[in-house]
Design a protein around this ligand. Sequence first.
Ligand SMILES: Cc1ncc(COP(=O)(O)O)c(C=O)c1O
Length: 398
Amino acid sequence: MQNNSENKLFAETLQFIRQAFGQPRGTIPLHAPVFGGNEKKYLGECIDSTYVSSVGRFVDRFEEEMARFTGAAKAVVCVNGTNALHLALHLAGLERDEEVITQPLTFVATVNAIAYGAAHPVFVDVDRDTMGLSPAALRAWLEQNVRIEQGQGKDPKPGAYNVKTGRRIAAVVPMHTFGHPCRIDETADLCKQYHIELIEDAAESLGSYYKGQHTGTFGKMGVLSFNGNKILTTGGGGMLLFRDEALAKRAKHISTQAKVTHPWAFVHDEIGYNYRMPNINAALGLAQLEQLETFLAAKRKLAGEYKQFFEGKAGIRYVEEPRDCRSNFWLNAVLLDGPRQRDAFLEYTNQRGVSTRPAWELMHRLPMFKNAQCGDLSNAEWIAGRLVNIPSSVPYES
Ligand SMILES: Cc1ncc(COP(=O)(O)O)c(C=O)c1O
């Protein structure tokens, strides 16, 4: 049952959101794309040129401009963020029956990508402030569960082995939740110490920086998503960020059915994937990228307004930019006092046309991952029981 003060809080919040978006009635989405630049022009150029598929100048330009924006040595586009994650794990050398450490508070794609390679996820807790993988929890889990070994069998792989399962731990995949960077430098140090590859799921954090460095550029590879709900959209799309140009070249090869470059012959030198982004999507991406700084500034302004509105309010807390971070504020979030209040807030807002949503069901609770090995997950449980995402689109007038 809602009480009077709760009702008042929810009503004020609803009114504030409607005011912030200049929309006194109608539905306010959680995150809608804005097409205010060269989108139609570039799409028209694609059609006129007939280069609408996987080869074309927009693919090359989008990759080059994104590498420049993020500071990565190379960027390779993919059909979506999920297959970019799959490809990253494959390129990192993940094999069947190996393990990958990730966080339980993430979108299912992070963990599905691990399962595609017949590998096993291990869930380690997040920090409460960043909502991303906690280096302290990771260290504790590694100290208790891992031994550095030479490996066994015909083709031994030296590295970190789980003492309980005997499996090699191939990678750690932290995620920058809702665009807030996690403590990625500490996680990178731990990965180095334990000889584990670091792959960042930066699907939500284009335009977010940790200690001045763009997210997705700390590990061997970083993955971005350009799904329709992201800060920059290509319709559907994803990208791999690399420090190592040779690895990027290999990614391009494998994502192109491993076809050996030749003017007419069709020869493939290993099992590849058809993971290439079409030129038409890259054209949309390039037009969006030209507006990214404007999007980031508008989202930062909205975040500032939310922060100010929620300051000092009892029963609801705005999730702020963590220390040492510059967030893209992809999805703003608030924390209610507990699951009952969270559900009441979700019902109140959604029934009145303001789209809000809870955190994802935690990954270790999903049927396909319920038997995965887990560390202590109390921070993830705490967050999931309270968190609600609130409307975060770039306001239309900007
Ligand atoms: C954390 C995270 N990882 C991976 C993905 C997958 O990206 P895509 O939808 O482009 O496949 C998404 C977004 O959808 C995401 O939020």
